[in-house]
Design a binder for this molecule. Structure first.
Ligand SMILES: NC(=O)c1ccc[n+]([C@@H]2O[C@H](COP(=O)([O-])OP(=O)(O)OC[C@H]3O[C@@H](n4cnc5c(N)ncnc54)[C@H](OP(=O)(O)O)[C@@H]3O)[C@@H](O)[C@H]2O)c1
Length: 381
C-alpha cells in the first residue's frame, strides 16, 4: 500500500486523484487531505477515504468541518501550518501537490524537504522557485513525477533516451476556446465563454490560463526546470484535438510523442504508479473518430501571455514569480468581471516592466517577489 497525502483534494486534480485511488484501493491509502473552502465535498471525502488528518484554509472552515464531522475521529488543522503538516507526516510516502496557484509552493517545498516523493500538478511551484525546488529534490533524493499531461508526455518520451541527444521539447496546447477569435472579438468575450474549454475539464484559474495561453507559458517554465532543458529548446505548437500531449525531438530527427484521450486520470495514474502502469479502465483512443491531428504555431499577437512567459524565464531570478503573481491577480480580476480578457496580459507586462530582477536563493525570496507583484499588479486596474 502506498500511503498518500493530497494537497488540494477538493479541486479538479484532487477529485480525479481520488477517483484513481478508489479504483485501486488495494494499492493506495489516503492518510491525509488538504482543501481550501469546500467543506461539503471534503466531508464526503473524509467519510469515504477515512484519512486520519485533514487541513482547511482557515479557522472558520476548520470549525465548520468539526461540526459536520463530530462523531468521526479525524484531526482537523488549518492554514499554511496545517497544509505543511499534511505534507510532511512521517507515514506519507507520496504527496500529490494539487493546490492551485502560489499557495502550493510552501507545502510542496516542505514535502520535498521531508523526503516525500511528489506527484506534481501545482506548476506554480516550479515557475516560482524551480531552481531551488529541483536542487532540494536532488539533495533529498525525492522523485518529482509530473501530473500535467504535457509534462507526463515529455517524461514518458524521454524514458530510455539520453538527455544530451534531445534537440528540443515540443509542448502542445489546445489553443483554448478563443483560438479563432480576432483581437476585436477577444475584447468582448465573457467569463462564461472563457470557462468553456473545448477539450479539458479543469479548475477555473487554469481554464482562464488556457484561454490566454498563459498556461502554456507557465508550462514552458515548468518544463525548463523539471527536465533541466534551456527554454530556447522548448517550443509550443497549437494542437486543438489535445490527443498528442507533447513530444521530444532527438538530434537524429526522430520525434517521440505520447498520445491518449484527454483525461487527467491518465497522467495522474502514471504519476502515482510509476514505473508501473495501471489498468484504469478509462476509454481507449479511437483514431478513426478523430480523423486528423493538426499542428500550428501560436499567434503571439493575439495571445501575448506566452511571449511574456518566455521573457520571464529568460530574465530569470524573481521574474517568473512576478509573472505568475501578476497573472493570478489579473485572472481573479477577470473572473470578478473587473477587467476585459485582453487586459490580463497587459497587467502582467506592466508589473514585469516595473520589476528589478533579483536572484532566488530561498523560498522566501520567491514569496517576496510574489507579494511585490500582487501589490504592483493591483495598481494597474
Ligand atoms: N485541472 C487540471 O486538469 C490540471 C492539469 C494540469 C495541471 N493542473 C494544475 O494543478 C493545480 C490544481 O488545479 P485544479 O484545476 O485542480 O484547481 P482547482 O480545481 O481550482 O482546485 C484547487 C484546489 O486547491 C485548493 N486551494 C485553493 N487555494 C488554496 C489555499 N490558499 N490553501 C489551500 N488549498 C487551496 C482548493 O480548495 P477548495 O476548492 O476547497 O477551496 C482546491 O482543492 C494547478 O496548479 C493547475 O495549474 C491542473
Amino acid at each position: 500500500m502506498k500511503k498518500l497525502a493530497i494537497l488540494g483534494c477538493t479541486g479538479s486534480i484532487g477529485v480525479n486523484t481520488l477517483d484513481i485511488v478508489d479504483r485501486f484501493k488495494d494499492r493506495y491509502e489516503i492518510v491525509a487531505l488538504s482543501a481550501g473552502t469546500n467543506i461539503n465535498l471534503l466531508k464526503e471525502q473524509v467519510l469515504k477515504f477515512k484519512p486520519k488528518i485533514v487541513s482547511v484554509l482557515n479557522d472558520h472552515f476548520a470549525i465548520k468541518l468539526r461540526e459536520g464531522l463530530k462523531p468521526h475521529n479525524v484531526e482537523i488543522l488549518h492554514g499554511i501550518e496545517g497544509a505543511k503538516k499534511i505534507a510532511t507526516l512521517p507515514e506519507v510516502e507520496m504527496v500529490i501537490s494539487a493546490i492551485v496557484g502560489a499557495a502550493g509552493l510552501v507545502p510542496t517545498f516542505s514535502a520535498i524537504q521531508a523526503g516525500k516523493d511528489i506527484a506534481l500538478a501545482n506548476k506554480e511551484t516550479l515557475v516560482m522557485a524551480g531552481k531551488i525546488v529541483m536542487k532540494e529534490a536532488k539533495n533529498n533524493d525525492v522523485a518529482i513525477l509530473p501530473v500535467d499531461s504535457e509534462h507526463s508526455a515529455i517524461f514518458q518520451s524521454l524514458l530510455g533516451h539520453r538527455k544530451r541527444d534531445v534537440r528540443r521539447i515540443i509542448l502542445t496546447a489546445s489553443g483554448g476556446p478563443f483560438l479563432n477569435c480576432s483581437y476585436e472579438e477577444l475584447n468582448t468575450v465573457t467569463i462564461r465563454e472563457a470557462l468553456e474549454h473545448p477539450t479539458w475539464q479543469m479548475g477555473r484559474k487554469i481554464t482562464i490560463d488556457s484561454a490566454s495561453l498563459m498556461n502554456k507559458g507557465l508550462e514552458v517554465i515548468e518544463a525548463r526546470w523539471l527536465f533541466d532543458v534551456p527554454h530556447e529548446k522548448i517550443d509550443v505548437h497549437i494542437h486543438p484535438q489535445s490527443i498528442v500531449h507533447s513530444m521530444v525531438e532527438y538530434v537524429d530527427g526522430s520525434v517521440i510523442a505520447q498520445m491518449g484521450v484527454p483525461d487527467m486520470r491518465v497522467p495522474i495514474s502514471y504519476a502515482l504508479s510509476y514505473p508501473d502502469r495501471l489498468e484504469t479502465g478509462l476509454s481507449s483512443l479511437n483514431l478513426n473518430e478523430i480523423h486528423k491531428l493538426t499542428f500550428e504555431l501560436p499567434d503571439e499577437e493575439r495571445f501575448p501571455a506566452l511571449k511574456l512567459a518566455y521573457r520571464a524565464v529568460e530574465e530569470g531570478g524573481t521574474m517568473p514569480a512576478v509573472l505568475n503573481a501578476a497573472n493570478e491577480i489579473a485572472v481573479e480580476a477577470f473572473l470578478r468581471d473587473k477587467i476585459s480578457f485582453p487586459k490580463i496580459p497587459q497587467i502582467i507586462e506592466q508589473a514585469m516592466d516595473c520589476h528589478r530582477v533579483k536572484e532566488i536563493n530561498t523560498v522566501q525570496d520567491s514569496l517576496d517577489a510574489d507579494h511585490w507583484a500582487r501589490a504592483k499588479a493591483n495598481e494597474f486596474f
